[in-house]
Design a protein around this ligand. Structure first.
Ligand SMILES: *Cc1c(COP(=O)(O)O)cnc(C)c1O
Length: 395
């Protein structure tokens, strides 16, 4: 039977695409080697620099998802056997570490509790001890989407500077860029990995990678095998507004419209909105439902996704499947170690207070259907109270 009405999409990516962006993507195909094509390419690449907050860096895009940009960052700047330092505290930080291993790098992984983030002090300690500078890259996941944990990339930079260590700093910003502040240049980030389907509000399919001039320089000596994701090929073509192979034309038009949408609201206002929305959701979880986040302390709370622990003895996967079947609500699953223990509400992208109310109401109804003892209406009431007694800062 047809399910009427729109699906309520609250997974932390892909996120809801505004109608104006959907419309902008409905275009006839065109010659990507035409004389007028570079205008589109060059404007998109120039404006992406503003989003990454870099003036000296270079942005490249590939027809890929975020995972592809993990690989591009590693293989374009490192050589087989190079040492990489990373930390693991959720499924995404795990997968990037795993990829680095599979690509043939020597990976030192610091495991920390799921629910916490980058261990800044441990990083400093390890980097200080690496007197010969064998570590060539330091990896950090700004927003661990599996657990709803945000790390402070400024503190990672500080740990590296305190240790006087010259390694490249590579940051995963896939679920944070355009929703949580990211400052590529100020924080000295060398490779900033991102994708189109979260903060950018687009479908998946465009991998976006910011490269500092230091990272571009590192490409010269990097002997890892690379072909499709070779940034050298990309840059030679991008210089005149073209690509080494066929780009996705609807994605480029979609990105153009997404950037216009982003600048109309203002990046800083978007960050403030995400914080404001997230605070209401956290009020629903803590004050309303009396439940806990997977994130262990406020310093780790993510403004783009909340991973909610269900009480002992209940299966979070059933809350999610019932929400989908009965209320046409898509909640984020618990991944790997936290499967069955958490469900996630994504609060990233094109959302406002009342759209999020549907996620809170639906999650609450589904928990009640599953016998979880939350007070009916308590989540909505707590979020409503928080939002009505606070205002979003407008810049
Ligand atoms: C979504 C996500 C990715 C990449 O996933 P893709 O499906 O390849 O786009 C990587 N890191 C984080 C933190 C993510 O949230």
């Amino acid at each position: 039977m047809r399910i009427a009405g729109r699906n309520h999409l609250y997974v932390p990516g892909p996120t809801n695409t505004p109608d104006r962006i959907l419309r902008a993507m409905v275009v006839a195909q065109e010659d990507h080697r035409s004389p007028r094509f570079p205008e589109l390419t060059l404007s998109v690449l120039a404006d992406l620099k503003k989003v990454f907050k870099t003036t000296e860096g270079t942005i490249v895009t590939f027809p890929a998802s975020g995972t592809g940009m993990w690989e591009a960052a590693l293989t374009n700047t490192l050589s087989p056997g190079d040492k990489v330092l990373c930390s693991r505290f959720g499924q995404f930080s795990h997968l990037w570490a795993d990829m680095a291993q599979r690509l043939g790098f020597e990976v030192q992984v610091i495991d920390t509790d799921w629910g916490t983030g980058v261990p800044y002090d441990k990083y400093e300690e390890v980097l200080r001890a690496d007197k010969e500078h064998k570590i060539k890259a330091v990896l950090a996941c700004q927003n661990e989407t599996a657990t709803g944990v945000t790390s402070d990339i400024g503190k990672v930079r500080k740990a590296m500077d305190n240790a006087g260590h010259p390694a490249l700093l590579m940051v995963d910003t896939v679920s944070s860029l355009v929703s949580i502040d990211f400052r590529m240049e100020e924080w000295g980030v060398d490779c900033a990995v991102s994708g189109s389907q979260k903060g950018f509000m687009l479908p998946a399919g465009m991998g976006i990678l910011g490269m500092s001039s230091k990272a571009i320089k590192a490409m010269e000596g990097a002997t890892s095998r690379r072909c499709y994701f070779d940034i050298g090929d990309m840059l030679r073509n991008n210089a005149t507004g073209y690509f080494p192979y066929t780009p996705s034309i609807p994605m480029l038009y979609g990105m153009r419209e997404a950037l216009d949408t982003i600048f109309e609201e203002g990046l800083e206002n978007i960050f403030a909105r995400h914080e404001y929305l997230a605070n209401g959701v956290r009020a629903a979880i803590h004050e309303g439902w009396k439940l806990n986040l997977c994130a262990k302390a406020p310093e780790w709370y993510s403004n783009t996704v909340s991973a909610i622990l269900v009480p002992e003895g209940f299966d979070a996967a059933k809350v999610i499947s019932n929400a989908y079947a009965r209320y046409n609500l898509s909640l984020g699953a618990g991944l790997s170690k936290v499967a069955g223990k958490v469900f996630r509400i994504g609060h990233v992208g094109d959302l406002n207070l009342l759209s999020l109310m549907s996620a809170i109401a639906g999650a609450e109804m589904s928990m009640l259907d599953n016998g979880i003892n939350v007070t009916p209406g308590s989540g909505v009431a707590a979020a409503s109270t928080w939002w009505r007694t606070h205002t979003q800062q407008v810049k």
